[in-house]
Design a protein around this ligand. Structure first.
Ligand code: DAU
Length: 328
């Protein structure tokens, strides 16, 4: 099968490309804009063709989709804090980019899998026994999550109105190698390497449902292979932890006192808790996560950042100075 992966040079997109090359015979082409959050290095040595281009550019997208059998659409601006500073790239890439993909797959009758986030469902209270399911109403909080919610709605509308053959997945927080140092886990690991105290927003009781990026990739491939057209599948690995627990674990694994972090200005509109009920994906498609030991996964991730300093170092100072300007 000829597969087009948009955003395939980003953190989760490149992980998926590795997964596909390892586990299938598919021929993979990547469309990526190579923004600040992407890297060619993440694809080094793989037999894939990288096309550098903008997913919101309809003619580029049309030409690529015309010669593919399926599209997996990862390309997105993904960082909430950036969307609060300037929403415009989020509107362009996440909404207009998805629109361009949808028009092309509609025209060429190509199968689409759209990769999205659990943030489209808003947040849960800390003491709420419920988790997100495929039936939870959409209630996004940030410009980022609103743009992803909009993109999901576009996909659903193109399925219903035009008969586009598409599936959607909404996943929880990913961790693992190649994640940009603006994100919570890599930021704190690289802070500790640099002798800077980790920074936790607000009271640190916000809960995220962590999943290893490899498990996200295996779920997306499973949905691409066997998911029912028009369906949404939630992806999660029962990894709920609050930010204080995660930062203390990072500090302990890096031989620092567990309380050697600072609490800083909270994120505006900061979602309290995400939690995924992934029973539909497990029961219907027989998927299960492999990385069930978060502590081991985190230890491996720390080791990866220790041994890949040449990759993240060029981004670190600018990321920290942008956070410092906001008191974060
Ligand atoms: O839930 C899926 C989402 O997970 C994805 O859709 C997003 O693209 C991805 O960025 C992530 O969103 P979050 O906003 O949850 O991730 P982030 O790494 O920015 O923050 C995780 C938690 O840690 C959140 O509660 C904010 C907090 N945080 C973050 C940073 C960068 C801190 O306390 N300190 C920090 O320095």
């Amino acid at each position: 099968m000829r597969l087009l992966v948009t955003g395939g040079a980003g953190f989760i997109g490149s992980n998926f490309v590795h997964h596909v090359i390892t586990h299938t015979d598919h021929h993979v082409k990547v469309l990526d804009k190579l923004t600040y959050a992407a890297s060619r290095e993440a694809l080094a040595g793989l037999p894939v063709e990288l096309v550098v281009g903008d997913v919101a550019d309809a003619s580029t997208v049309d030409a690529l989709v015309a010669e593919t059998d399926a599209v997996v659409h990862f390309a997105a601006e993904s960082h909430n804090d950036n969307s609060l500073d300037d929403p415009s790239p989020f509107i362009r890439t996440n909404l207009l980019g998805t629109f361009a993909i949808l028009e092309a797959v509609r025209k060429h009758d190509v199968h689409l899998h759209h990769v999205s986030t659990d943030e489209v469902y808003g947040d849960l209270a800390l003491d709420d026994p419920k988790r997100f399911t495929e039936d939870t109403p959409y209630a996004p909080s940030s410009p980022y999550s609103a743009s992803k919610a909009g993109s999901d709605h576009l996909v659903r509308a193109w399925v219903r109105s035009f008969g586009v053959r598409a599936t959607v997945s909404n996943c929880s927080n990913n961790y693992g190698p190649w994640q940009h140092v603006e994100k919570f886990i890599p930021r704190q690991i690289t802070n500790v390497i640099d002798g800077i105290r980790p920074r936790v927003y607000g009271d640190g009781l916000n809960v995220r449902d962590w999943i290893h990026a490899d498990d996200h990739s295996s779920a997306v491939l499973r949905i691409l292979d066997a998911g029912r057209i028009g369906e949404t599948y939630l992806i999660g690995a029962d990894g709920e932890r609050n930010n204080l627990e995660v930062v203390r674990l990072i500090l302990t694994l890096m031989d620092q006192p567990a309380d050697a972090f600072d609490q800083v200005t909270d994120r505006a509109g900061h979602d309290r808790r995400y939690a995924i009920e992934s029973g539909k994906l497990r029961a219907e498609l027989g998927w299960a996560p492999r990385f069930e030991d978060f502590e081991q996964g985190l230890a491996d991730t720390i080791e990866w950042y220790r041994t890949h300093e040449e990759w993240w170092r060029p981004h670190k100072a600018a990321t920290e100075s942008s956070y410092a300007a906001k008191g974060m």
